[in-house]
Design a protein around this ligand. Structure first.
Ligand code: C2E
Ligand code: CA
Ligand code: CA
Length: 411
C-alpha cells in the first residue's frame, strides 16, 4: 500500500465535469492532495520546484489550447521528476503511441485510462506509484536560501567527510581530502554542489571555509596523536583568496593547534583561479612561503595559461576525474591525462588522479607512474571515525590484491 498523503496529484482536463468526477474518485480512494487544472498553462504554473510540484499528473491528451503531448514537452523543460497517467477518449492505439512518446522523454508513466474512467482501473494504477528518485539527474534539486545556510553554519550542521589519497606505487595512505556535507535536519545529507555556490554568492564562503578548516586541522592533530600522520587537504574557494583574512586565519590556527603547515594542503580550483589574478596570486605565494602545500584542483577543466601556472608555486596537481576514469579506453581522455601528467612532471609537482573508479583505472595509473590516486576504487569519502578501521582493511587489500598484481605485471 502506498502512503496516500505523500502523493501530490494534479489533474489536468479541459472538461470541468471530468475534473469533478476524478477529484471525487480520488477523494473516495483517500488521496488528500489533489489540484485541478483546466488548461496546460494553469498546470505548468504549478510546476515550479521539486518541493511544491505534483509528483503524479493525470493528463488528458485531448485539450483545445495545449494538447497533452505539448504539455509533456514543457514538463521535460521544467525537469518534472514525477510520474504520469494518461487519460483519453481516443482509441487504444492512439493511447499507446502517446505512451511511447512520453516514455521517450524518460518520464515514468504508470499507464493509461480510457474515458469514462473506471474507479477500479484508476485505483490499480495509483497503487503502482513510487516516489521520484531524488538522485535522478532529472529531479530538480532543492534550492536553499542564504538564510538557511547561514543558520546551518552557525548551528554546526556542516560535517567534514574525508576521502583518502594513496600512493600508487606503495599503496601507502598519504593523506585525505576534506569534503564538506550539510547534515540537514529534514533533507538528510546535502552535497556541496547544492550550497558552495550559494555560499560564494552570498558572502558566506569565508565563514564556511573557516568552519571546515578548523575541524580539519583539529582532525589532523587527532590523527597525528594516534600515530596516523595524514596530510589533510581542504578545498579553498577563489573568494577566500581575495583578502588577507584567510591567510591570517589559517596561519594562526595551525600555530595554536600545533599542526605543521606542510601537513595541510589547500586545493584551489583552476578555472576560478585564473579569472582575477593579482590578489590571489600574492596570497597563494605567501601561503606557500608559510609552507602550506598548494594544490591545483580539477586540472584540465579550466582555461589556465601555462605561464600563469608557472607563476604560482603549486606543490600538487590534481587531474580532473573527467580525464581519469576510462582514460585507459578512450584516446581523447588519455591524451588529456598524459599531457597533464607530463606537465606536472616538468614543473616538479606531485600528481593526483581523481575519479579512480575501478581496477582498470588503477592499473593505468601504475603503468604511467602517477603519484597518488583518489576515488571510489580506493574509498568513497567517509567520517573521520571510520578512517582508522578503513586504513587497516586497505593495508590488507594492498598486500593481497594490489601490489602482487603489479609485481606480476613488471616481470
Ligand atoms: P572536488 O574537490 O573535485 O572533490 C571531488 C569530488 O568527487 C567529491 O564530490 C567526491 O565525493 C567525488 N568523488 C570521489 N571519488 C569519486 C569517484 O571515484 N568517482 C566520481 N564520479 N566521483 C568521485 P563532493 O564531495 O560532492 O564535492 C564536490 C565539490 O564540492 C568538490 O569537488 C569541491 O570542489 C567542492 N567542495 C567540497 N567541499 C568543499 C569545501 O569545504 N569548500 C569548498 N570551497 N568547496 C568544497
Ligand atoms: Ca578538491
Ligand atoms: Ca577535484
Amino acid at each position: 500500500m502506498i502512503e496516500r498523503s505523500a502523493v501530490k496529484i494534479l489533474v489536468l482536463d479541459d472538461e470541468s465535469f471530468m475534473l469533478k468526477l476524478l477529484s471525487r474518485v480520488l477523494s473516495n480512494l483517500g488521496f488528500t492532495s489533489v489540484t485541478l487544472c483546466d488548461s496546460g498553462r494553469a498546470a505548468l504554473d504549478q510546476i515550479v520546484d521539486a518541493e511544491t510540484s505534483p509528483n503524479l499528473i493525470l493528463l488528458d491528451l485531448n485539450m483545445p489550447e495545449m494538447d497533452g503531448i505539448e504539455f509533456v514537452r514543457h514538463l521535460v523543460e521544467r525537469h518534472y521528476a514525477g510520474s504520469l497517467i494518461l487519460v483519453s477518449g481516443e482509441d487504444e492505439r492512439i493511447l499507446q503511441t502517446a505512451e511511447k512518446l512520453v516514455q521517450a522523454h524518460k518520464i515514468p508513466i504508470l499507464g493509461h485510462l480510457h474515458k469514462p474512467v473506471k474507479p477500479d482501473a484508476l485505483s490499480a494504477l495509483l497503487e503502482t506509484w513510487t516516489p521520484p528518485l531524488t538522485d535522478s539527474p532529472k529531479a530538480a534539486k532543492k534550492i536553499y536560501s542564504a538564510d538557511a545556510l547561514r543558520a546551518a553554519i552557525d548551528n554546526g550542521e556542516l560535517v567534514n567527510y574525508y576521502q583518502p589519497k594513496v600512493s600508487v606505487a606503495t599503496g601507502e595512505v598519504v593523506g585525505v581530502e576534506t569534503l564538506v556535507r550539510w547534515l540537514h535536519p529534514v533533507d538528510g545529507v546535502v552535497f556541496p554542489d547544492q550550497f558552495i555556490g550559494l555560499a560564494e554568492a552570498f558572502g558566506l564562503i569565508d565563514d564556511l571555509t573557516q568552519v571546515v578548516f578548523t575541524k580539519a586541522v583539529a582532525q589532523a592533530k587527532v590523527w597525528q596523536q594516534a600515530q596516523l600522520p595524514l596530510r589533510v587537504a581542504v578545498n579553498v574557494s577563489m573568494d577566500n583568496l581575495s583578502s588577507l583574512n584567510f591567510l591570517n586565519f589559517v596561519a594562526d590556527l595551525v600555530g595554536k593547534v600545533g599542526v605543521a603547515p606542510h601537513e595541510m594542503v589547500l586545493e584551489v580550483t583552476e578555472s576560478r583561479l585564473m579569472q582575477d589574478t593579482r590578489a590571489p596570486l600574492e596570497i597563494l605565494t605567501r601561503l606557500r612561503l608559510k609552507r602550506f602545500r598548494l594544490s591545483i584542483d580539477d586540472f584540465g577543466t579550466g582555461h589556465s595559461s601555462l605561464a600563469q601556472l608557472r607563476d604560482i608555486p603549486f606543490d600538487e596537481l590534481k587531474i580532473d576525474q573527467g580525464f581519469v576514469h576510462r582514460a585507459w579506453a578512450d584516446e581523447t581522455l588519455r591524451a588529456m591525462y598524459d599531457a597533464s601528467l607530463a606537465l606536472a612532471r616538468q614543473l616538479g609537482m606531485e600528481v593526483v588522479a581523481e575519479g579512480v573508479e575501478d581496477r582498470n583505472d588503477w592499473d593505468l595509473l601504475r603503468r604511467t607512474g602517477c603519484d597518488l590516486a583518489q576515488g571510489a576504487f580506493v574509498s568513497r569519502p567517509m567520517l573521520a571515525t571510520d578512517l582508522p578501521g578503513w586504513v587497516e582493511g586497505w593495508k590488507e587489500r594492498v598486500r593481497t590484491e594490489l601490489l602482487t598484481q603489479a609485481t606480476n605485471q613488471m616481470i
